[in-house]
Design a protein around this ligand. Sequence first.
Ligand SMILES: [Zn+2]
Length: 312
Amino acid sequence: MLFLNHCNDAIPFRLLLLAILGCACSHAYIELTEEYLNDIKADEKAEVKAGEYNYDHQGDDWQGTCKDGNRQSPIDLIYDDAVVSSIPRIRFKNYDRSLQTPLVLVNNGHTANLVLPATIGGQRASISGGLLPGMFEAQSVHLHWGSALSKGSEHAINFERYDIEMHIVHKNRKYGSISEASENWDGLAVLGVMFRSTRRPLSTQYGLNKIFNQLPRITQYQSNATIQGVLTVGQLLGNIVTGEFYSYNGSLTTPDCAESVTWTVFKDTINYSDRQIQKLWSLKDSRQQPLINNYRSLQDVYNRTVYYRSVN
Ligand SMILES: [Zn+2]
């Protein structure tokens, strides 16, 4: 469960008090709102429900909808095959507002996951526009990565894969929970952002640095670390151009691969320090093996339409 540190040193569970502190087996009690704690618990429950799975075969051995579905993700996003259309831009609401802190970053055995709380004012960072069937509230952010030998993005763009793909997961406001949303075709919206590794240490990625700086604290399965201070969801996007993107109907890229996701994958990429990216390769999965190459293989598009929004 989540509320243990890697020393298997049980921490008394209290509703508003969550014990967190790296890997030194020392504890600090940090106050989280009930809402945020419930969101973290719901996220953990969904992870447990997904059952045991790993990336040994890049998901090709996953069962159920993962195997039988016909609207699966990720896919290769190919400009020449896309319908270029004047769909609306993505509208970001409260993406510039500070989130309540502390935030809790967790190694859940499959990724580094950050459940997103409401902003300090109590609003949710949300998106609408694009091909989104409604208003979607930001729930969590996580990453997919490769290794020293391979790139780790899930989607490809014009046959090219990238070093990292970040997913900001949103839930349609009309559904009560992520699990309810995932049972409906219009339940979820994920923003995909590609990272390109760069030798140049860029210090400008303030939001991402806040997450990546905590990675050494969550190398062990089920360990967690807190992020303090000011962070907005918008900061995670750096300063990418959000006006150009691919969009299509697909699925979660992890079991149960529910076909409930409207995907928006930005064309623009974030250049990010290779030193920061390499920190991901030190994470361990539930088997104590390196958590690397946690991306699913490309899926068939079948008869789906992929849209491309151009600024021109
Ligand atoms: Zn993902």
